[in-house]
Every structure is written in C-alpha cells, then in structure tokens.
Design a protein around this ligand. Structure first.
Ligand SMILES: Nc1ncnc2c1ncn2[C@@H]1O[C@H](COP(=O)(O)OP(=O)(O)O)[C@@H](O)[C@H]1O
Ligand SMILES: [Mg+2]
Length: 389
C-alpha cells in the first residue's frame, strides 16, 4: 500500500442498483472526482457498485474514460469485489491473503435513486461511524417518496398540488374507491410511481382510458402510485440549496423542455454533452419576477429545513404561469452532477462546491458525535430471572 502522508482518504461511491445507475457514474466523475483530484488534498478511492450490488474499488475507475470503454464490464468481471469493515472505522478491504485494506476518512455518496439516494447507503455509513457528504438518512428517505414529501411539506402549511395516492394492494382491493377520489381532482392528471425519478413511468392522463392505462404503467414500476392535478400552463423552477443550519440558495433555474413531459432524454442526453444535465435546456437565472424569485427561494429554504436536509439538495417547483401560484413538487437529495452548472452561475466554483460539501459533512458529523446516545442504567441488574452460576 502506498503511503500518503497526511492526506485524507475520501471514497466516492457511485453506480448502484438503481434506474439512475449511469447518471450516477457521471455525477461521481463530473464534478466530484475530477475536482477532488485537482485539489491534490485528498486520496480519492472510487467505489463502484454494480447493478447486481457488488462493490468494486480500483484506481482506474477514477477516470470517467474507464466506463466509456466498450469492454469495461468485461474488465470489471476480472476484478474481485471488495468488502467493507467497520471494526476500525470505515475500511475497504480487498480480497487476498495479504489483506490489503484502506481506511476511509470521509465518504462522498454519489448515487441517485434506490439504495443510494433513498437513505439506505446513509444508514450503512451511519452504522460505520464515518462522516459523509449530503443529506442524512431521514431527509433522503422522505424525499425519495413523492407522497411522503408532499405530506410533510403540506403539514407545514406549504402549497402542494391536490393529489390522491394508493398502493398496489389498495388499488386491487377497491379501485372504484380511488377512482371516485380521483374524480374529485381536476383533470388532466399526472400519474407517477412515487419512488422513481427521471420521469420513469410518469404519464399525463386526460381521459378515463388514459388514466387507467397510466395507473397500470405506474403500478408496473412501483408499489405506490400518486395521481395529482396537472399545473397548466406550467412554469417549472428548480432551486439547488446547500448548507446545514445555515442554508443558501443557488439561482432559480428554469428547465426548458421540448416535449410535454420533461423526460430522461431531455434531462441528460439531448445536447450530447456529458455534464450530467442538459445545460442547453435551462435558463439561469429563470426570467421571472424578483418577487416570484424571492418567494421560491424562501419556500425552498423552508422545504429544505422541514425535511431536515443537510449538505445539498434541490427543490423543484411547479408554478402556474398565468396565476403565478407556486407548488412544491419534489425534493432531490442528490441533484445530478450536484447541479454544479447552477452553482457556478451563482458564483460557486466546482472546487468551492466540493470542498464546502466536505466541510458541511464534517460539521454535521462533529455535531452528531457531541450528542449523547448512551445512558447508564442498572436495568439489567434489576431484571428478574436466574443468575449465571
Ligand atoms: N402536476 C404536474 N403538472 C404539470 N406538470 C407536471 C406535474 N407533475 C410533473 N410534471 C412534469 O413531469 C416532470 C416529471 O415529474 P416529477 O414529479 O418531477 O418526477 P421526476 O423528476 O422524479 O421524474 C416534471 O418535471 C414536470 O415537467
Ligand atoms: Mg422532477
């Protein structure tokens, strides 16, 4: 093992068992790994989780180019998966008789969607007692569920679009009950699987037939489905935010879409660039009034705090373009490529962004550590039953 005098070891974890596996690879490299390597202040350990859930760590994966090779998956199959050890902090352990291992000082999760952005990885990292960048388990878990997000946001008196939700079992048991509830909403509707992102399984439905079909499709992707009123004419605004106790907003950004639905292709691919987000399709800052900008930023910060976000997140809004009524749509706890293009437009360089996120991770970790979790008690001594001889 090479000795890296004094430098901290950071593991960037990406890939994973999620529909957004490929986007996660891009986020990990642009801007995270690229920037970390350029600082020369960190030893960067790229940790790739395959679609099957196997963990790999190899310095060659610090290059995005590795994943662009036509045979990269074949190369991967030649590598041995690593294991993790929590006995002396968070350690990556390579298989083999010499027991090569690497202690990790800080983790930078770079996973979107299931298992990565939904709190699962954060739970693992908390158990391992290692500081990590971005939202903690609770905010991540709530944000991953579009219905829970709405319920938490609405409970604090913030505006969300009227909606109905049900699980697959509930729909099977009594679809008519939910059909009646849906009829109380104003058509057209948006039908969504609650746990997915990137517009997967989402459809707009105008007629009863379209509604039935959309629900069937959404239930194909998820066990829980959301039907909500469409906002028309729609003005979408997305707002990246950063911080722990002190929260700062980037610029209000307006995605400009070609299709009626902002789909995966629009979001990531159409411009052919690999920046992770299709810059050609967004307006920064959004050309909206100062008043609306202020209103959205204030609301964004409230949402961030209400969900208990930390590090970074992005809050998305649906605005009725004629009435300027604002609704909170959803929260992303790991914005694609950290939305670094927007932070840059807000005066935050990639270096400042990545280093600030690391500082925030350490700040949260220190504050959690200072809290008391264990209490002395003599309950065991007092409890009845036989004593060991
Ligand atoms: N209620 C709605 N009214 C109008 N458009 C909507 C509504 N809900 C979603 N959309 C459109 O569909 C897109 C995807 O929906 P969203 O809830 O953001 O899911 P995700 O981004 O997780 O796929 C939005 O960006 C927006 O363009
Ligand atoms: Mg969205």
């Amino acid at each position: 093992m090479r000795y890296y005098g004094g430098m901290k070891s950071i593991a960037v974890i990406f890939g994973g068992r999620s529909a957004e596996h490929d986007v996660s690879i891009i986020t990990a490299h642009i801007p995270i790994i690229e920037t970390l390597l350029a600082t020369r202040e960190y030893n960067v350990w790229p940790v790739y989780i395959s679609k099957e859930g196997k963990w790999y760590c190899d310095q060659r994966m610090n290059e995005l180019g590795f994943f662009k090779q036509p045979d990269w998956e074949a190369q991967l199959s030649e590598m041995k998966p690593v294991s993790l050890s929590f006995t002396a902090g968070f350690e990556i352990v390579w298989p083999g008789v010499f027991g090569k291992s690497q202690k990790i000082d800080i983790v930078f999760p770079s996973m979107h969607g299931t298992f990565g952005e939904d709190g699962s990885l954060m739970g693992l990292l908390r158990m391992a007692n290692v500081p990590f960048v971005g939202c903690d388990i609770f905010a991540s878990a709530v944000a991953m569920d579009k219905v829970l997000t709405k319920e938490v946001v609405a409970a604090e008196g913030m505006p969300v679009v009227p909606y109905v939700w049900f699980t697959q079992a509930q729909w099977k048991a009594d679809a008519d009950h939910f059909r009646t509830k849906i009829k109380q909403l104003k058509a057209p509707y948006f039908v969504k699987p609650v746990h997915l992102g990137s517009s997967i399984g989402i459809a707009k439905a105008k007629t009863d037939a379209e509604l039935e079909n959309a629900i069937e499709v959404a239930l194909h992707y998820d066990d829980k489905v959301l039907v909500e009123e469409a906002v028309e004419p729609l003005l979408e605004i997305t707002l990246p935010l950063m911080g722990n106790d002190d929260v700062r907003a980037a610029q209000c950004e307006r995605p400009l879409n070609t299709s009626e639905l902002f789909d995966f292709n629009d979001k990531y691919l159409s411009s052919g660039k690999s920046s992770g987000v299709n810059n050609a399709y967004s307006e920064i800052p959004a050309k909206i009034s100062e008043e609306l900008t202020r209103q959205i930023k204030d609301l964004g910060i409230r949402v961030y705090r209400t969900l208990g976000c930390s590090g970074i997140a992005r809050v998305d809004f649906l605005v009725n373009d004629s009435t300027k009524e604002v609704f909170v749509n959803e929260v992303n706890t790991l914005p694609g490529s950290l939305y670094h293009h927007n932070w840059k437009a807000s005066g935050v360089s990639n270096r400042d962004l990545v280093l600030e996120l690391i500082r925030l991770a350490q700040e949260r970790f220190a504050s959690q550590k200072s809290r008391t979790y264990a209490f002395k008690s003599d309950i065991l001594k007092k409890v009845g039953g036989p004593k060991v001889q």
